[in-house]
Design a protein. Structure first.
Length: 582
């Protein structure tokens, strides 16, 4: 099973790098320079042999020394340029992979993010791609140089003394076979390490982003223990990796030492018998080192390769995940009704959230969706935004299934104001104009803010529209965040407006301002409102009551109050609550 996974990952790794379009000319030049560096390096022992055999002060050949110095210089310069070019290519490849991942993440369906923590996704884009970068930018250079050096040195050594060379090859082959299980273990450890790193990154991301909730809830101890568990898991994987390295390094050193001792002993005997000159023995030993270092570099490459295989599996999972489709005809608003036809949806097949909804939302009118929590109201909004696809039935706009419209053109005509009013880190100006592809004039910006009853408080801030909001808008009050969200929707000038508990959790003064802003926003637009507080929707053209995923009532406030028992109960409870609050 592991072998199959490795084989698949190997193909995925090749595809991942190929699709990144590595700079072939740069890579080819780097390879040629690497070959030149290796050839120059291989000439040094041969030149050393001549020096040793004719060694005396008077017999030193200036031309031979100059040739050796030239070979060393060529080797150093060619290797330096080769290393840079391989590193350049590797960084280009990983930059392209990260770009592909980033574009893919932006196209993924919302369902993917429902099942994967944000920290996990962040770790894949940063940590896992860094592992691939290490393979391509650093260790691939060593692999190419090592292979060429290994082949060249072995060929020369076979020519010089084939018996000793065959012994060396045999020892290395046996050592390689013994290390195959270690390579498989390294793959499993690396995969576990990357998964655990992603999990720990997810914990960090969540705690740091919600640190106020953590502190306000007194959950420091809980989060400390969770973090400690993640750190402990990382430590265990790190120690497993260290144990393998602790076996590999001494094993390689022992093999090298045994070979060196054997060659010196056997070679010394041959020199004593006259079968081999001292210069040939020295050259042979130098070529041995030119085998040892490449073998070590290739071993390091294989270790990094196993890590890259683990990373590639995770990256491939993201790249193969289903995207949101963006084909279709352009959506042009035409003042037509939105119709739900037998609309059903379930996050899990056995637990339907919406069942067989039939509803017509008239253009230019305000339709309110009310009912108990968990009835499916927010899920309906998610389906209208096309975050999910219906499990059954359809949503039509004037007779056309909305799935036929391109996502971009459909969502561009929807203004969505939620109770959270998400604010991005940046300036107020950035937040109001967020997502617009056209330039916004100062007059347009100010007008939208004025209609949202936001201009006055914005101008009182130290930098006005250029005031930083802080992460998640922490420097702003709830009412201010809500009005900025309304200004953003106004600037988009949407055809369809969706308000999800837009005035919840606000104090009375903030709610009054937000209500005024919402009335400006709703004017002349097809509006769908989710509200728990009936006082905010009693004037809606139509109120739809949803409970347990089904529509159980529809009509005006007066009509529902007369004929729908649950709605009447809701209304009476809130009337009593409003009297107590007042």
């Amino acid at each position: 099973m592991k072998q199959t996974n490795t084989r698949v990952s190997w193909r995925n790794l090749v595809i991942l790098i190929r699709d990144a379009r590595p700079p072939k000319l740069v890579l080819g030049t780097a390879l040629l320079l690497s070959l030149l560096s290796t050839v120059a390096y291989l000439t040094v022992p041969a030149l050393t042999k001549g020096l040793v055999n004719g060694f005396s002060t008077n017999a030193l050949d200036a031309g031979q020394i100059a040739l050796m110095a030239f070979a060393v210089l060529i080797q150093a310069v060619a290797q330096s340029l080769s290393v840079y070019m391989f590193s350049y290519s590797g960084n280009q490849v990983v930059s392209a992979i990260r770009g592909t991942l980033w574009r893919k993440i932006l196209k993924l369906r919302i369902g993917y993010f429902d099942n994967h923590a944000s920290g996990d996704v962040i770790s894949r884009v940063t940590n896992d791609t860094a592992v691939v970068r290490g393979l391509v930018a650093e260790h691939f250079t060593n692999l190419m140089t090592g292979i060429v050096s290994l082949i060249g040195a072995l060929a020369i050594m076979l020519y010089m003394n084939w018996q000793m060379t065959l012994v060396i090859i045999g020892v290395f082959a046996i050592s390689a076979l013994l290390m195959v299980p270690l390579g498989r273990a390294m793959y499993n450890i690396s995969k576990g390490m990357q998964d655990e790193t992603a999990s720990f990154t997810s914990i960090l991301s969540r705690v740091v982003s919600d640190i106020r909730l953590v502190k306000a809830s007194g959950a420091e101890t809980l989060e400390r223990d969770r973090g400690a568990a993640g750190i402990g898991s990382l430590l265990r994987f790190g120690l497993k990796e260290a144990r393998i390295q602790a076996i590999l390094s001494p094993a390689i050193s022992l093999v090298i030492l045994l070979i060196l001792v054997g060659i010196i002993g056997f070679g010394g005997a041959q020199v004593a018998s006259g079968a081999m000159t001292a210069g040939e023995l020295v050259a042979f030993l130098l070529y041995l080192f030119q085998i040892v270092f490449p073998v070590m570099m290739i071993t390091q490459f294989l270790t990094q390769y196993q890590k890259a295989l683990g990373a590639t599996e995770s990256l491939t999972t993201i790249l193969q995940s289903e995207e949101e489709p963006d084909e279709g005809m352009s959506f042009v608003p035409a003042g037509r009704p939105i119709m739900l036809k037998k609309l059903s949806f379930a996050y899990k097949a056995e637990k339907p959230v919406l069942e067989g909804l039939d509803l017509t939302i008239e253009p230019g009118n305000a339709t309110a969706i009310v009912g108990p929590s968990g009835g499916g109201k927010t899920t309906l909004f998610a389906l209208l935004e096309r975050f999910y696809q219906p499990s059954g039935g359809s949503i039509l706009y004037g007779g056309e299934d909305i799935e036929r419209f391109s996502l971009q053109s459909w969502r561009r005509q929807i203004g969505y104001v939620s109770q959270e009013s998400p604010i991005l880190a940046g300036t107020i100006r950035d937040n109001i104009t967020y997502g617009l592809e056209r330039a916004v004039t100062e007059e347009e910006l100010t007008q939208a803010a004025q209609m949202a009853y936001a201009d006055e408080f914005i101008r009182e801030l130290p930098q006005g529209y250029d005031t930083e909001t802080g992460e998640r808008g922490i420097k702003l009050s709830g009412g201010q965040r809500q009005r900025i969200a309304i200004a953003r929707a106004l600037l988009r000038n949407p055809h369809i407006l969706m308000l999800d508990e837009a005035t919840s959790n606000l104090d009375s003064s903030s709610e009054e301002l937000v209500q005024h802003a919402l009335r400006n926003l709703m004017a002349g637009r097809t509006t769908i409102v989710i509200a728990h507080r009936l006082a905010t929707v009693v004037d809606a053209h139509r109120i739809v009551f949803i409970e347990k995923g089904r529509i159980t009532g529809s009509g005006t406030h007066e009509e529902l109050y007369q004929k729908h028992a649950m709605y009447r109960q809701f209304a009476d409870q809130q009337l009593r609550s409003d009297k107590i609050d007042s």
